[in-house]
Design a protein around this ligand. Structure first.
Ligand SMILES: *Cc1c(COP(=O)(O)O)cnc(C)c1O
Length: 353
């Protein structure tokens, strides 16, 4: 099998960038000038392409619509003060989309296609990475089954794509209160919770909407017996009890977040006590009752670190204290310093485009 990473490039006639009012676009509604795509068929990856951003044409019987073979990634590009564009731990995202693809019986995207596609696309659309802390270009790699025909079997044809959308901040500040789930689940033992399967998100919308109606922005997902805390919405979750940070170990129900991993490393470097172990609902509620639950925060590429202001469980609600020197603020700052090339990257996490 010969594999080509020679990308066929068709440029836009004129960039859209100047026509966009970035201060007034909602997240994910506007896309950069170009998109990357690569088809898998006849058992191999075909020539990759970069074209102007445009709609796709798919057969209505394409498997993705019927059996949900689809997975995605979320990454960001950052611009530093010298106008250089940086990406953060991109190999982790490549490894994870391969992990998700394997679990959903889809082919792995070769590393060269993922990396070359990403870097070429970003260098073509670098203007869309707006400088300034908080401004990023959100990158969405994804793969889905394109083969026509509704027979219930893994498809033999797929498309891998990368699209990019400029973003300021995913959660526009404000309170993020979470409800601990005592009924719904986002993941099953032996299921696909650890993957970024598109369907995981579909399954979360309805319970999240019900939590919204009760005044909570997100759900803290629990294990099958609803005794242990696993993730907050679509983020990994940390609890600070006293001066100890706790977060659950990743397994086949919990997504192995790049942000989670990076925050653990940074917290340890800063001398904080971090313990990775199962965290029970009972101990968190008990800590909240006696004032020892100092912080709860979510981590993920889109929102980086999100402080949670209150936790609901059954009919009770616990507000969290507003701390002047919260771990979440400090750790978010340290991470952003590295991502924006404002601090030395001693872990070799970043790559310049
Ligand atoms: C993407 C995702 C995360 C965060 O992962 P990062 O690599 O930090 O962006 C956490 N939980 C779920 C369920 C996710 O889909």
């Amino acid at each position: 099998m010969t594999m080509t990473t020679d990308i066929k490039i068709t440029r836009v006639k004129e960039s859209n960038f100047e026509t966009i009012d970035l201060d007034n676009v909602a997240f994910g509604t506007v896309y950069s000038d170009h998109m990357f795509s690569c088809d898998f068929k006849d058992g191999e990856w075909q020539q990759p392409e970069i074209t102007p951003y445009q709609p796709l044409q798919l057969d209505p019987s394409a498997r993705v619509f019927h059996y949900g073979q689809a997975a995605f990634e979320g990454m960001k590009a950052y611009k530093d003060e010298n106008n250089d564009v940086w990406i953060f731990r991109p190999e982790e995202n490549w490894k994870r989309i391969c992990f998700s693809s394997n679990r959903l019986a889809m082919p792995e995207v070769p590393k060269e296609i993922f990396m070359e596609g990403l870097k070429t696309l970003l260098s073509m659309d670098s203007e869309w990475v707006v400088p300034g802390r908080g401004n990023t270009l959100y990158i969405r790699p994804f793969i889905f089954a394109t083969q026509a025909g509704v027979s219930a079997a893994p498809a033999e044809e797929y498309k891998f794509m990368i699209i990019c959308t400029p973003v300021q901040a995913y959660y526009k500040g404000g309170d993020v209160k979470v409800k601990i789930s005592d009924h719904y689940s986002r993941a099953a033992n032996g299921g696909v919770g650890a993957t970024k399967a598109a369907g995981n998100y579909a399954a979360q919308f309805y319970p999240t909407k019900k939590a919204n109606e009760e005044g909570y922005q997100q759900i803290i997902w629990t294990n099958s017996t609803h005794e242990y805390l696993e993730e907050a919405g679509t983020m990994n979750v940390f609890f600070r009890i006293g001066n100890t940070l706790l977060t659950a170990p990743t397994d086949d129900r919990i997504l192995n977040g790049v942000t989670r991993k990076s925050i653990i490393t940074l917290a340890e470097r800063e001398g904080l006590k971090v313990i990775v172990r199962k965290v029970s609902v009972a101990e968190v509620i008990e800590a909240a009752k006696i004032g020892e639950l100092k912080e709860v925060f979510g981590t993920g590429t889109a929102a980086v670190v999100v402080p949670i202001t209150g936790v609901g469980y059954k009919d009770d609600h616990y507000d969290l204290p507003k701390l002047d020197n919260a771990y979440s603020t400090m750790l978010k700052g340290k991470l952003l310093d590295i991502q924006y090339n404002e601090a030395e990257d001693t872990f070799n996490w970043t790559q310049k485009i």
